[in-house]
Design a protein around this ligand. Structure first.
Ligand code: SAH
Length: 194
């Protein structure tokens, strides 16, 4: 089996694991159906989905045959490509932990759900947006494994989207939880512990 085939398998496993985890938690929280219009940032979400759609096509082409995307290939050393897989695993672990903790307060949209509870335990004890951090980690891992700069736009698109979304999300949380959320913000970091 060639090295490139091993990278393809690693990417396939990373993708399937991510989609399965998301589907499992979305189903559990009753948010399997995407209802964009109920999000406070639905216009931005539509743009993200469009961009991700184009980028996902590049990833799919790479998965079928990496040489089809060779125009964008980067000569990364093997150890760096495999450390991408470590990032994927770290991202997926953080994603499950955060979903498990956030439980029914999760939504793909920006909204306050019925009986919404402020969650400040698990990874939320240190960071306010572990799910977003996990998605950035996971997709950065994919970019490293594929060693392809077209695919590196996936983590960049996610990061830009989350950086734009977080101020709106935090404003919404302050409106809903007031000083409780303001205090929580003082003792936590956004995506990381700073
Ligand atoms: N930004 C968080 C949550 C993503 S899910 C993360 O990255 O982990 C998005 C929804 O989570 C938002 O609609 C918001 O209502 C809710 N939310 C965000 N932080 C929360 C918290 N600390 N407690 C409860 N709900 C939260």
């Amino acid at each position: 089996m060639s090295r490139e085939t091993l990278y393809q398998i690693a990417v396939l496993v990373s993708l399937v694991a991510f989609l399965a985890l998301r589907a499992y938690y979305r189903r559990k929280t009753g948010t399997l159906e995407l209802n964009l219009s109920s999000s406070r940032d639905s216009a931005r979400m539509r743009v993200l989905l469009l961009i991700l759609g184009v980028l996902a096509l590049g990833l799919l082409l790479w998965l079928i045959n990496p040489s089809w995307m060779s125009w964008f290939a980067l000569a990364l050393p093997e150890w760096l490509r495999w450390s991408g897989f470590a990032l994927v695993i770290a991202g997926l672990a953080l994603l499950s932990w955060a979903h498990q903790t956030l439980s029914a307060s999760f939504s793909g949209n920006l909204e306050i759900r019925e009986q919404h509870k402020l969650v400040t335990n698990g990874p939320y004890r240190w960071i306010r947006h572990p799910i977003y951090a996990a998605i950035i980690l996971w997709s950065a891992g994919l970019a490293l494994i594929t060693a392809n700069w077209f695919i590196a736009f996936i983590p960049l698109a996610f990061a830009l989207f989350f950086i734009l979304r977080v101020p709106d999300e935090e404003k919404m949380m302050v409106e809903a939880f007031g000083d409780e959320y303001r205090d929580y913000m003082k003792r936590t970091g956004r995506f990381w512990t700073w």
